[in-house]
Design a protein around this ligand. Structure first.
Ligand SMILES: N[C@@H](CCC(=O)N[C@@H](CS)C(=O)NCC(=O)O)C(=O)O
Length: 216
């Protein structure tokens, strides 16, 4: 049995929820509230699951996996039906590059602990924090747009005609951008792929507001 430690709004958790759905793998949902009481991710009980104090974590029997990319690649190796990485090494490198352009160049600059540091330690006001957030999203997604637009391997999805690891990373990042009203008109290819993904029930069911811990 698989158990996913997740927070409904966490985009890294959202990536894994999409992958689990695409693989058709049922899982138990274990909510970790990232804000309540200073954040349940910091509780000792959760630190025993994930030493970094972040979500997601995935437990399979007695083993725990962390880091969304590592988790999804593990799932893809263990459950090869409906692969999330293409066969060729060059194609795999491309899919990982798109995923990492989001996971390394956008997401870490805008996650909760970074925004808390800007606000609570560096004393930036909300306007400055919002500007920071929008800046990294705009710059990062403009790069992803170029990566997709300039490559004929971008078809209905980031890579080809079936969803891949790259789409698992792209969709949650767009949800984040929309939540913070970031302009997305500079990324039409990204948005076209996003809409294609969101027409699939596997992506829809992974959306934040459909999770058991969703809040308005
Ligand atoms: N690189 C990690 C990022 C995980 C991450 O930053 N998760 C965020 C939620 S999306 C988190 O747990 N934040 C808690 C905090 O910043 O205190 C992954 O891909 O799993």
């Amino acid at each position: 049995m698989l158990k996913l430690y997740s927070y409904f709004r966490s985009s890294a958790s959202f990536r894994v929820r999409i992958a689990l759905n695409l693989k058709g793998l049922p899982y138990e949902y274990a909510p970790v509230h990232l804000l309540r009481g200073g954040g349940e991710q910091h509780l000792t009980a959760y630190r025993l699951v994930n030493a970094q104090g972040i979500v997601p974590s995935l437990q399979e029997n007695d083993l725990t996996l962390t880091q969304s990319l590592a988790i999804i690649e593990y799932l893809d190796e263990m459950y090869p039906e409906r692969p999330l990485l293409p066969k060729g090494a060059l194609d795999r490198a491309r899919v990982r590059a798109v995923a990492l352009a989001i996971a390394c160049e956008i997401h870490p600059l805008n996650n909760l602990r970074v925004l808390n540091y800007l606000k609570n330690v560096l004393n930036l006001d909300q306007t400055a924090c919002d500007a920071w957030y929008r800046h990294w999203i705009a710059e990062g997604l403009a790069s992803v747009e170029t990566m997709l637009l300039d490559d004929p391997r971008t078809v209905r999805f980031c890579h080809g005609d079936t969803p891949s690891l790259a789409d698992c990373f792209l969709v949650p990042q767009i949800f984040n951008a929309q939540r913070f009203n970031c302009p997305l008109d500079m990324a039409p290819t990204v948005m076209r792929v996003f809409e294609t993904c969101m027409s699939l029930p596997e992506f829809q069911r992974a959306a934040p507001m459909l999770q058991p811990d969703a809040e308005k």
